[in-house]
Design a protein around this ligand. Sequence first.
Ligand SMILES: Nc1ncnc2c1ncn2[C@@H]1O[C@H](COP(=O)(O)OP(=O)(O)OP(=O)(O)O)[C@@H](O)[C@H]1O
Ligand SMILES: [Mg+2]
Length: 232
Amino acid sequence: MLEVTQIDQYYGSSHTLRRVSMNVQSGECMALLGRNGVGKTTLLRCLTGVLPVASGHIHFDGVDISKLPPHQRAALGIAYVPQGRDIFARLTVEENILMGMARFPASKARHIKEEVHELFPVLKTMLARRGGDLSGGQQQQLAIARALVAEPRLIILDEPTEGIQPSIIKDIGRVIQMLKARGNIAILLCEQYFDFAHELADRFVVLNRGEVVTQGTHADMGSEEVRRLLAV
Ligand SMILES: Nc1ncnc2c1ncn2[C@@H]1O[C@H](COP(=O)(O)OP(=O)(O)OP(=O)(O)O)[C@@H](O)[C@H]1O
Ligand SMILES: [Mg+2]
């Protein structure tokens, strides 16, 4: 589904991504792991098109999307839940969710599906509240809901557990499990909370200083090597 081939990215003279290759298949959860500042968010931004790549290719469903702007990648079915969530603080919860449907014709983009309320019952009780008034955990759920209403075929989550209370982390884990069970969506989960990623991931890659330094299946994830690479 998503195929990343040897991409490089630079911030000025600093070489932030070095020949990064990886892929994510439909129906699986791929974990992107690595310490602070190794280039995880930079890689995700390159995938969504917010940042250009200097070289290399990104294919989605066989189509080279490396040069497409973000809205065209979104239209192909790539949704992004950014680190820090980026909720529209002054818009209501309902308006925030509807923003996720901006890629659909107006006739379709005005009604939140029941499914979203089932995945995030807490949001249903808060539709008229302003996004900025929600707790961090509720905002994270809102950001995921906003991404899902776009009916993505690939959802990219950047550290969804960062700064979130344990009960909501569990809720978010359940939502990701449910998405996996559907089997028709690819999930790229960037995480520093190892146990959370371990529970959900079918495969993983570890970045270090902009390079993929190791990768493997769920079974390899608890190895000494991986733990050493992630230890602070
Ligand atoms: N806009 C920017 N301009 C210049 N350098 C940047 C910019 N954004 C990030 N960097 C640098 O690029 C490197 C990779 O940053 P990135 O945000 O991708 O890391 P990360 O793995 O997502 O870290 P974290 O786990 O803290 O979110 C870091 O050294 C960071 O300081
Ligand atoms: Mg980051």
